[in-house]
Design a protein around this ligand. Sequence first.
Ligand SMILES: *[C@@H]1O[C@H](CO)[C@@H](O)[C@H](O)[C@H]1NC(C)=O
Ligand SMILES: *[C@@H]1O[C@H](CO)[C@@H](O)[C@H](O)[C@H]1NC(C)=O
Ligand SMILES: *[C@@H]1O[C@H](CO)[C@@H](O)[C@H](O)[C@H]1NC(C)=O
Ligand SMILES: *[C@@H]1O[C@H](CO)[C@@H](O)[C@H](O)[C@H]1NC(C)=O
Ligand SMILES: *[C@@H]1O[C@H](CO)[C@@H](O)[C@H](O)[C@H]1NC(C)=O
Ligand SMILES: *[C@@H]1O[C@H](CO)[C@@H](O)[C@H](O)[C@H]1NC(C)=O
Ligand SMILES: CC(=O)N[C@H]1CO[C@H](CO)[C@@H](O)[C@@H]1O
Length: 407
Amino acid sequence: MVRSSVSGVVAATTLWLLRVGAVSTEGDEAGLSDPVAECTPYGYGPVTAALPTFPAIWEPIQQIFQNDSVAFNKFVSINSSIPNIAPKGTLGVPDLTLLTTYSPSDTDCWWTFQQCVTPKLSGLKPDIADVPEPRTLGYGFDDGPNCSHNAFYDYLTQQNQKATMFFIGSNVMDWPLQAQRAVSDGHEICAHTWSHRYMTAFTNEQAFGELWYSMQAIKLVTGYTPTCWRPPLGDVDDRIRYIASQLGLDTILWKYNSNDWEVGQNGVTTDSVQQNYDNLIAAAKSGTFDSVGAIILTHELNNYTMQTAIDNYRALSEAFDYMVPIAVAQNRTEPYVETNFTMPSFASYIASRPPNSSAADQGSSSSSGSTGGQSSTPGNSGGVALGLTSTHAFSMALVLLSVALCL
Ligand SMILES: *[C@@H]1O[C@H](CO)[C@@H](O)[C@H](O)[C@H]1NC(C)=O
Ligand SMILES: *[C@@H]1O[C@H](CO)[C@@H](O)[C@H](O)[C@H]1NC(C)=O
Ligand SMILES: *[C@@H]1O[C@H](CO)[C@@H](O)[C@H](O)[C@H]1NC(C)=O
Ligand SMILES: *[C@@H]1O[C@H](CO)[C@@H](O)[C@H](O)[C@H]1NC(C)=O
Ligand SMILES: *[C@@H]1O[C@H](CO)[C@@H](O)[C@H](O)[C@H]1NC(C)=O
Ligand SMILES: *[C@@H]1O[C@H](CO)[C@@H](O)[C@H](O)[C@H]1NC(C)=O
Ligand SMILES: CC(=O)N[C@H]1CO[C@H](CO)[C@@H](O)[C@@H]1O
């Protein structure tokens, strides 16, 4: 009885999918080139099935439900050790008047106050706000996955360029196939919270939930659990860093802000954004990063931010010797909790991409990879690159298989 009603639903769903031509695989979604089609919602079985166990999409997290015993028990296990620092606002909305009354000695290492990245609380790792390799740019994008990102991801693939994608949990639930494309293309995924609010303006339990459920969304959809996160608007203090560290997350900030997300607000214009890119490019050319590299803040937010990244790519790649995902800059070759996914070390990554200044013919070298973005590392590091590629292929095959079984 149950079985036949289930198969009735399955048949109806299948018919509906066929009728509207909705995509159901990562490859189908990645093949779309019309932004309207890319942004047409599709049902994705594993997400639909899991929705009752997740908080409301795009809502700031109010509490962890006790019936989510894994999350609840984990929170209870760290609750009493969280540093006693008061929330700086309510439910993700900051109380910015605190900036005027806050201790000038910055006892909480509150980034929003004076961009502190070296925690005051002992035992916490410093935030990653630049990359150790000289003349290198840590390259990443916040706020994705954006439904209409194919032109942008196609461009990165053509350049054989990988990046770090800081994904919002709610966007991952809305656009799971787009999130899968990031893994398939060889990018690194870090968490960017569930609802993209000011993290210091949450209680301990809420802040925990914002991190936890964004990690679970990424795990659900890609199969991998991130080990890094970036606070929305940079808003972090030692209380939030501690909670993140207990979830195994490194905190990643930046030192150069393109402000691309802010065009049309607070006096930010397309010209001022271009000036920010130009300033970074000029700084790189004048030797500012000759001993320590940089991290730039840019966004996978909308057509403008993605197109601006494309428009500045060539100049950035001429100004820096290397542009790499953050994990690559850190030699974090196993960037997820699951150890069956590898990224190249810095040495392996750059072996496939000589510095532009010394490349005789960069144009042909960047297009010589016969399989585009998936081909990466030649020579003695080929094992790493092959492992990466076949792991991707295998994980996508598993995803396809499980989708097929669901249907
Ligand atoms: C868990 O509890 C919440 C609040 O009581 C409820 O809304 C939700 O449906 C429950 N979820 C499951 C999976 O039982
Ligand atoms: C966490 O600890 C606080 C006191 O520090 C307590 O009031 C709260 O009930 C605890 N929360 C949970 C879920 O145990
Ligand atoms: C994604 O980008 C498109 C194109 O610019 C934009 O219309 C849309 O609002 C973006 N989606 C989100 C969730 O920001
Ligand atoms: C932005 O939109 C224009 C006009 O529709 C399109 O040609 C371009 O490819 C888009 N850029 C990106 C990165 O999506
Ligand atoms: C990465 O590994 C290279 C050696 O291949 C080393 O020179 C570099 O210091 C390492 N970087 C970090 C951040 O560990
Ligand atoms: C990676 O390992 C996890 C378990 O840690 C497993 O569920 C998953 O299927 C593995 N993925 C691949 C592609 O081997
Ligand atoms: C891919 C890339 O950025 N290539 C550039 C390498 O540098 C030369 C000279 O500076 C440029 O002409 C290429 O466009």
